[in-house]
Design a protein around this ligand. Structure first.
Ligand code: NDP
Length: 282
């Protein structure tokens, strides 16, 4: 039986709090990575059309022999596809590439407020169609700032089930998380170990020594105790296993606070700023 707890989303669906991310896994390595992760016990996979490996995610899942219904699959609308008809075609392609007739969660990958005349509302209304027809069991957003979420609240009927944002000890992103908490939007923390960038931190190493865990386990456990959803990426089977072993220890509140205090605000951000990011695939 899985030791991974589930979080109940605002639409009543349950999502495993720990999953496996496949950003920057080469398509040729993805099916094997996904198979290995499922073997370890992960039951939640986070992909995106942008990652170029949806087909191989589907292959890895099918190769496991597990029931589709036992695995939570997330994908995301690519940046070039915010116009409603493009979004419909993109979503059809995502399902066809995965080889499934539904995804558990479908997200707008980036708000792109400087493109499409600033309109991500019609995009969100198109995701509402996918939710209504049952092909996206839950819908949400990614990289949305508070003002973007406020706009959806004012102009549409569905509160996003999740907001997937950059968050780790050097960039806690707490204002956006807090808005989510107040409005029933679960936070998913991307790059939860800052792609390895927080693992050499001496404060984290000290806590890891004290509790007899690795720095990655301590940081991932910090996310779990904050109530966020995480899906660390690794192509290394021993790390996949390590990152899965988070539920046999607990961080004391002093240690939680010490990790949160490592926040560097905007200086700690590793990815682009959602207000200005405007890259669409060529
Ligand atoms: P992570 O913070 O998960 O870090 C991944 C990196 O850390 C890899 O280089 C991996 O190496 C290494 N690593 C993993 N585990 C360990 C460990 N236990 N000890 C030491 N090193 C380790 O970065 P990601 O950017 O991949 O974020 C996770 C997921 O979040 C993505 O895969 C994707 O699903 C999602 N994401 C979403 C974004 C969005 O805009 N919505 C943006 C970025 C990410 P190796 O693989 O070689 O083992």
């Amino acid at each position: 039986m899985s030791a991974v707890p589930s979080i109940t989303l605002n639409d009543g669906n349950a999502i495993p709090q720990l999953g496996f991310g496949v950003f920057q896994i080469e398509p040729k390595d993805t099916a094997e990575a996904v198979s290995n992760a499922l073997e370890v016990g992960y039951r939640h996979i986070d992909t995106a059309e942008m990652y170029g490996n949806e087909k191989e995610v589907g292959e890895g899942i099918r190769a496991s022999g597990l029931d589709r219904g036992d695995i939570f699959v997330t994908s995301k609308l690519n940046n070039g596809l915010h116009e409603p008809q493009d979004a419909r075609e993109g979503f059809d392609r995502t399902l066809s590439d995965l080889g499934f007739d539904y995804v558990d969660l479908f997200l707008i990958h980036w708000p792109l407020p400087t493109l499409y005349d600033g309109d991500f509302v019609s995009t969100w209304k198109t995701l509402e169609e996918f939710h209504r027809d049952g092909r996206a069991r839950s819908i949400g957003v990614s990289n949305f700032q508070i003002e973007h979420l406020e706009r959806l609240a004012a102009e549409t009927d569905t509160v996003p089930a999740v907001n997937q944002i950059e968050a780790h000890p050097y960039f806690t992103n707490d204002a956006v998380r807090e808005y989510g908490r107040e409005h029933g939007i679960a936070t998913e923390a991307w790059s939860p170990i800052a792609q390895g960038g927080v693992l050499e931190d001496s404060n984290i190493a000290q806590i890891a020594d004290k509790v007899g865990k690795t720095p990655a386990q301590v940081v991932l456990r910090w996310h779990i105790q904050r109530g966020d959803i995480v899906f660390p990426k690794s192509v290394t089977p021993s790390r996949m296993q390590e990152n899965f072993e988070l539920f046999d220890f607990e961080l004391e509140s002093d240690d939680m606070d010490a990790i949160t205090a490592l926040d560097q605000g905007e200086d700690g951000r590793t990815g682009p700023h959602p207000d200005t990011f405007a890259k669409i695939p060529s």
